[in-house]
Write a protein that binds this ligand. Structure first.
Ligand code: TXA
Ligand code: MG
Length: 342
């Protein structure tokens, strides 16, 4: 398949490119586009055939539902069934932004989008290119993250080209994603509401609005997953990822021991700890003083390790406050093994 690439400068959005991409979406095609979290692979959410193309391009199991991306709360009212008051309150504080709200779906949303579920996830992205594209298409846009299924999400146009060139109709390349981790998914169809995936909006922020909000993403891996996406192996780089959790010196000691056995392994660390490791293949995700920098670099780092062909990746535990939950959720899902040192 021929893939058209549109390079768009986020500082000066070319409206002709947006129009062309919107018309590809309107005619049932697939367009990968930037959002503030990660890149999404979009198609018309009301067109079964277009939706099928998304699952095919990604190699994604068809029972894993997609998020509907819309440009305003008014659009959510169009495509959701009954809307609880809390959805409006959350939208007031966090939308547009990295929050996906699960609501009852209306009959207009096809079962192919929701993997047969009676509910659908809705998100209003704040990224201006995403916003312009959705508005110009005048459609709800179903979009999973724009990566091959099981691979790390894409946080740069070049990652999308690596994974999806030749598999989709168009790719908008607008450089790096701002947040670099996917949206927080919250289920508002249950009482109290449940967070199904930690992400750009933290538990602490949600708790300020919904004091009894629950976390439904941790816990026993043998219990049935609430979000279909929770049951699949995710975000995995080619080489095994091993997370080491302990004090700074114990972590460095253990990783240096592991490096003696396996000198071609890589280390994923932080600016503050980088000099502690005896390895040629170290990548710092950023400063521990700047958690959002670390969050935004995680997927990029995993992809860089894939390119350099390391035999394993040893990774520090990032205890970085509000974003720790989302960052470590992705890393733990990508990992083969977690070592905790007292
Ligand atoms: O930031 C994001 O959310 C990005 C950008 C592109 O918007 N999208 C994204 O989509 O991460 P995806 O498909 O990779 O992850 C969506 C997650 C999956 O775990 C899916 O199972 C869950 O949301 N989900 C979607 N609809 C759901 C529903 N009705 N009930 C439960 N979980 C749902
Ligand atoms: Mg994904």
């Amino acid at each position: 398949m021929r893939t058209r690439i549109f390079k768009i400068n986020p500082e000066n959005i070319d409206s002709e490119s947006i129009k062309e991409c919107a018309s590809i979406l309107r005619s049932g095609g697939t367009v990968a586009f930037p959002t503030e979290t990660v890149y999404g692979l979009g198609a018309n959410a009301l067109d079964d055939k277009a939706i099928e193309k998304i699952f095919k391009a990604k190699g994604r199991p068809s029972d894993n539902p997609l998020i509907l991306h819309v440009h305003s709360f008014h659009e959510i009212e169009k495509y959701a069934g009954s809307i609880p008051g809390i959805a409006r309150t959350l939208a007031h504080f966090f939308c547009p932004g990295p929050l996906s709200m699960i609501l009852e779906k209306s009959s207009m949303v096809p079962a192919s989008v929701t993997g047969g579920l009676p509910t659908a996830a809705f998100r209003i992205p704040s990224n201006e290119i995403a916003h312009a594209l959705i508005e110009a298409s005048a459609l709800p846009i179903a979009a999973p993250s724009a990566n091959l299924s099981g691979k790390p999400s894409t946080t740069d146009g070049s990652h999308v080209i690596d994974d999806l060139y030749g598999k989709v109709d168009a790719i908008i390349d607008a450089g790096r994603s701002e947040i670099g981790l996917e949206s927080t998914v919250i289920d508002l169809t249950v009482t109290p509401p449940e967070i199904l995936r930690p992400g750009g909006i933290s538990f602490r922020e949600l708790k300020m609005i919904i004091p009894d909000v629950r976390k439904a993403f941790a816990g026993d891996i043998n219990t049935a997953p609430k979000s279909p996406g929770m049951k699949y192996r995710h975000y995995s780089p080619e080489s095994p990822l091993i997370i080491v959790r302990g004090s700074v010196s114990a972590t460095a000691g253990m990783i240096n021991d592991l490096l003696i056995e396996n000198p071609s392994a890589g280390v994923l660390c932080s600016d503050e700890t980088m000099s502690l490791y005896n390895s040629e293949n170290k990548i710092s995700a950023g400063s521990r003083e700047n958690p959002s920098e670390i969050a935004s670099n995680i997927f990029n780092a995993l992809r860089l390790f894939d390119k350099t062909g390391v035999t394993a990746i040893y990774c520090e535990y990032f205890d970085i406050g509000d974003l720790e939950e989302a960052v470590m959720n992705r890393l733990v899902k990508a990992s083969e093994n977690i070592v905790v040192i007292d």
